[in-house]
Design a protein around this ligand. Structure first.
Ligand SMILES: [Zn+2]
Length: 388
């Protein structure tokens, strides 16, 4: 039996074990600010790796979940770098959600917080690493990263991810496959920023003219910011949060807002951020002053020849497994943008298929668990042939 058959047969036989691991992960709360919970999900990963003789390094993080780096023992056949599988252990759900809504299976779907986004991807990556550890065949060492803060922009995980990507031959991010079964070959970049406007307080009945309204200025800025949206170019600017004022009968001394910018290419980011900064800097109501602060950022996965090669490689591997995915472009951001931006060949959305992420209706298509694992394993085996 050749290695590919040995690996894909073994993965097929692991479905019950995969579901058991998934159940345990989903039933462990791990919202992005719950370090203890995210590390508890990490402990499940570490235990699994130990039982398969795979080394796990811990990159300790202050505020968020520690980053785990599981390293397969394959010897490099070339010095082209490691094959990196990525996944995040944090979810968007609050503590208690796993108790209220534990892992359940109904028909061909599984439910529970983070079941698709992306605990199923973590399970898949773990079993792929184990399969190659058991049967060999990886053209280069496989590294699986299990990070802990993706849902809030990877403030701590980003550096670990970028360092790994700089020496990677290829990066596969096991975010959930699209509802259509497609993978993600392009993503928008995003910048989350916050601004604060200062005006001058005054009694709005007694001495109205002494006041300078920060809320008035906020209104001008919102209109100007939203006007930067260019749907055709793929640029959106959304002021998603605002606050301001002191009392109904005070001219507002303070107002704040938060902006979500999405874009497609790096030059667009420079141009629109420049325009946003100018709007924040420029006072329409004389006497107001404003400042802007970037709070978080995701880089885009742009269309490149390398990205096209990664997609073709995966399509070939999926074809051999029995499904035919297309590459999709999405406005959603993920860690794959960081790896693509440092030049690592990257493909995203290769995880098991699911939908309605970030909602109570989130589901996983159970019958995609094994085929998606098999397809990714085949893609790893075919890297040489694909010229990556
Ligand atoms: Zn995710």
């Amino acid at each position: 039996m050749n290695t590919e058959t040995a690996i894909t047969d073994w993965l097929a036989a692991q479905r019950p074990a995969m579901l058991e691991m998934l159940r345990e992960m989903v039933d462990t709360d791990s919202g992005s600010y719950n370090k203890k919970g995210i590390d508890a999900v990490g402990a499940i990963v570490s235990r699994f790796m130990a039982s398969h003789g795979i080394k796990v390094e811990t990159v300790a993080q202050q505020k968020h979940g520690d980053c785990l780096r599981a390293l397969g023992s394959a010897k490099a056949a070339s010095n082209r770098g490691n094959i990196v599988l990525m996944g995040h252990r944090d979810t968007v759900f609050p503590d208690g959600e796993a108790t209220r809504r534990p892992f359940t299976i109904e028909g061909s779907r599984a439910y529970g917080p983070g079941v698709a986004d992306m605990k199923a991807g973590l399970v898949m990556n773990a079993f792929i690493l184990a399969a190659f550890e058991k049967f060999g065949g990886a053209p280069n060492p496989i590294v699986a990263l299990f990070t802990g803060d993706e849902e809030i922009g990877s403030p701590e995980g980003r550096a670990v991810i970028e360092a790994e990507a700089r020496k990677a031959r290829a990066v596969f991010n096991s975010e959930p496959g699209r509802v259509s079964g497609n993978v993600v070959s392009g993503r928008k970049g995003g910048v989350f920023s916050a601004f604060s406007i200062e005006g001058k307080a005054a009694h709005s009945g007694g001495n109205f003219s002494d006041g300078i309204s920060a809320i008035g200025e906020l209104a001008h800025k919102i209109i100007a910011l939203h006007a930067l949206t260019d749907l055709e170019a793929g640029i959106t600017v959304n002021v998603g949060l605002v606050a301001g004022g002191q009392s109904v009968n005070t001219v507002a001394p303070l107002a704040t807002g938060q902006i979500d910018l999405r874009y497609v290419t790096a030059p667009q980011r420079e141009a629109v951020m420049g325009a946003i900064e100018k709007i924040i800097r420029t006072a329409t109501i004389p006497g107001t002053r404003a400042t802007l602060e970037i709070r978080g950022e995701f880089l885009p996965m742009e269309h490149t020849p390398t990205a096209a090669k990664m997609l073709a490689l995966y399509q070939d591997a999926a074809g051999a497994t029995g499904f035919s995915p297309q590459g999709e472009f999405t406005g959603g951001c993920a860690d794959s943008g960081f790896t693509a931006a440092v030049g690592a060949p990257t493909l995203c959305g290769v995880g098991p298929v699911g939908g309605k992420a970030h909602s109570p209706e989130e589901y996983l298509e159970l019958d995609s668990l094994v085929p998606r694992a098999q397809a990714l394993a085949r893609a790893i085996l075919r890297l040489d042939a694909a010229g990556i």
